[in-house]
Design a binder for this molecule. Structure first.
Ligand code: HEM
Length: 434
């Protein structure tokens, strides 16, 4: 994938609809629109959104691999996430690029490596068990809100390292409100003048209260004598690199981990239960794995749910220079977007892609570029291992206790909610004690 200086731009084929119509379709019906464009224009296509910005969608693994392996100074991911900066903060690992991104990511990584994850296992299992004990039985309910509550609790306790107490009680509902980010709320982040009114004022005041509580927690935590022995992500971050992150930098990463890690994992779990409830044969295998503590199979259930029902539809990189991608000479400023949804549904890459088959992931890794729920390269999701371990813990605690049936046989459809695609009715199931 060479950088080109002198060649003139060539663009993949794409829709000729006005940019404003394409933007609307991108916001409200991206999945269906992308499927149509893939059929109509082929494996690589162009759309124009938000003031004529060029977005080139990629669906071939070989092209996606080269984008993920591309030079970080050319392929900017942070720039594409800039809309999140007002809440995540300017230092967030998600919104920065190049040196600042590399430095922060390096400081965060030890908190997500294998040894650190093993240390989180017991607390994850305990919190998952407490939730599973409280599942309603014999009547239909939506799993997604429950999963949102349990993944928030895991972030608060394992990532923020908060113990029971006033600060946790005060932060819990406020953090829940922060992650409820509808498109209207996001508008207020980009137009600060709106913060004087209604929902935007409440949203802004909530964020200020969260900041006050978080800065107080950071100050208290810096003073504890046993910081180096504490295992939670916040404590690790305060000691990382000799503790050279400022309070503001630490705050930005914590809010980022909350927003990136909470609803995403909840959604993957809601889809896992949605699928298992409709496939008694697979559910029996998963229950046996839960009884035997077979973590590989339980993780495979979550992986297959993420393949069949992607939590996030695509990732994005903005080109800082004219660059050749997928055989086209693209101008600087173009967004290249590997499409998670289209790759996961491609019958040339996945046998019978509509079938829910966790054993695709047993004893083998998917070929590179064909299973990309966590993106890739230097921007690959930092919490991928964390979320799979967490998903397996929740699945284990639920499946050892209950049989699941769907409220209705008809599958729910993927509906945009915040940054994810959730089951349209929240994943309604009926749990019966085993
Ligand atoms: C099923 C659950 C999850 C899914 C589907 C998911 C998906 C993603 C995706 C698609 C990206 C962008 C990758 C790219 O641009 O190549 C990402 C980035 C990120 N995720 Fe996740 N994520 C999940 C859970 C988590 C969790 C649990 C955490 C942390 C507790 C987390 C933290 C992050 C961070 C910090 C980044 C930014 C990485 C960077 O820019 O260097 N995610 N995630």
């Amino acid at each position: 994938m060479a950088t080109i200086e002198a060649k003139s731009a060539t663009l993949p084929p794409g829709s000729r609809l006005p940019s404003v119509v394409q933007t609307f379709l991108f916001l409200v019906a991206r999945r269906q629109t992308h499927r149509y464009l893939r059929r109509r224009f082929g494996e690589t296509f162009t759309t124009r959104i938000a003031g004529r910005r060029l977005v080139v969608t990629l669906t071939r693994p070989e092209h996606i691999r080269t984008v993920f392996a591309g030079t970080p100074t050319i392929y900017h991911a942070g720039a594409g996430n800039a809309i999140l900066a007002p809440v995540m903060g300017e230092h967030s690992v998600l919104v920065t690029d190049e040196n600042e991104h590399q430095r922060t990511r390096k400081l965060l990584m030890p908190a997500f490596n294998g040894a650190a994850l093993r240390g989180y296992g017991d607390l994850m299992a305990e919190l998952a068990a407490t939730d599973a004990d409280g599942w309603p039985t014999g009547r239909a309910f939506a799993v997604h809100p429950r999963m949102n509550a349990v993944t928030l609790e895991i972030i608060l306790r394992v990532v923020f390292g908060l113990g029971e107490g006033d600060r946790l009680t005060e932060l819990r509902p406020r953090l829940r409100r922060i992650s409820d980010i509808g498109p209207l709320t996001v508008l207020g982040w980009s137009y600060p003048r709106l913060r004087r009114f209604g929902r935007w004022r409440r949203n802004f005041e909530n964020l200020q209260s969260v900041d006050r509580l978080l800065y107080a927690e950071i100050a208290d935590r810096r003073r504890v004598g046993d910081l180096a022995d504490r295992g939670d992500v916040l404590s690790r971050l305060l000691t990382a690199g000799g503790g050279d992150l400022t309070d503001e930098e630490v705050r930005d990463q914590m809010i980022t981990l909350l927003l990136a890690g909470h609803e995403t994992t909840a959604t993957a779990l809601a889809w896992s239960f949605h699928e298992l409830a409709r496939r008694p044969d697979i559910q029996r295998l998963a229950q046996r794995a839960a009884d035997d503590g077979d973590e590989e199979y339980l993780q495979a259930v979550a992986k297959e749910a993420m393949r069949r029902r992607p939590v996030i539809q695509n990732v994005a990189r903005m080109l800082t220079r004219p660059t050749e991608v997928a055989g086209y000479h693209l101008p600087a400023g173009t967004i290249v977007g590997p499409s998670i949804s289209l790759v996961h549904q491609d019958a040339t890459l996945h046998d019978d892609p509509d079938d829910f088959r966790p054993d695709r992931f047993i004893g083998k890794q998917p070929e590179s570029g064909t299973w990309i729920p966590f993106g890739g390269g230097v921007r690959r999701c930092l919490g991928a291992g964390f979320s799979l371990q967490e998903a397996a813990a929740v699945l284990r605690e639920v499946l050892t206790r209950y049989d699941l049936t769907p409220e209705r046989a008809k599958p729910e459809f993927p509906k945009p909610r915040n940054i994810t695609l959730t089951p349209s009715r929240g994943g309604r199931v009926i749990a019966t004690p085993r």
